[in-house]
Design a protein around this ligand. Sequence first.
Ligand SMILES: CCCCCCCC/C=C\CCCCCCCC(=O)SCCNC(=O)CCNC(=O)[C@H](O)C(C)(C)COP(=O)(O)OP(=O)(O)OC[C@H]1O[C@@H](n2cnc3c(N)ncnc32)[C@H](O)[C@@H]1OP(=O)(O)O
Length: 182
Amino acid sequence: METEPAVPHHNAPAAGSKLGVHYAQCFGCGDEQEAGLHLQSTVGEGRTVHSQFTVTEAHQGAPGLAHGGLLACAFDEALGATVGNLLRKPAVTGRLETDFRRPVPVGSILYIAATLDGTAGRKIYVSADGRLDAEDGPIAVRARGLFVMVGLEHFTTHGDPEALEKFREAARNNREDWNINP
Ligand SMILES: CCCCCCCC/C=C\CCCCCCCC(=O)SCCNC(=O)CCNC(=O)[C@H](O)C(C)(C)COP(=O)(O)OP(=O)(O)OC[C@H]1O[C@@H](n2cnc3c(N)ncnc32)[C@H](O)[C@@H]1OP(=O)(O)O
């Protein structure tokens, strides 16, 4: 697959910036979503975003171990936050692959480092490693994703018609420089 390097948007937050909640009711990061994953993300060097996911009893599959589908969800969020915040273009997950390499116990913190690998037209390729309990801990999960850029009408046509307004409100509160012109 021929790809071009993904170039971060000129208004993308700088390395070290903590990323806010992109939508309060998002299952991945929202602070009004009590049952959600509450991922917290920070921009890293280059084209990376670092996210932390604390695995709780609410996330179990087997007793004492994280459910694989929830781990995939955490990676969807971490990869999506990387695409959205670094490229600042609306995009949705087209494909998500996950390799579960080690069990992830309740109480662990998964350190997810996600990278923009390249773009090809509307397609954005991203990948991530999730390490157990430390930035340099053993890799427990690896993921690769394909996100597809969409127009804002994707959300107004298929989703909550008020979603765009809610998103704009969050953007006003968190990131005044997010420039959306539908
Ligand atoms: C309110 C405004 C907010 C705006 C900004 C927000 C930023 C916030 C910042 C940060 C946080 C983000 C955190 C979120 C994280 C979670 C994200 C999710 O979970 S998203 C939900 C799950 N995903 C879906 O619901 C998609 C459902 N699918 C679709 O809607 C369509 O299938 C879509 C848009 C993906 C593609 O449809 P087409 O008709 O537009 O385009 P076609 O031609 O089919 O695909 C374009 C290219 O992509 C390839 N493609 C598409 N799907 C593929 C797949 N599964 N595998 C491989 N290739 C695929 C195609 O082969 C084509 O490639 P060729 O251009 O021909 O080379």
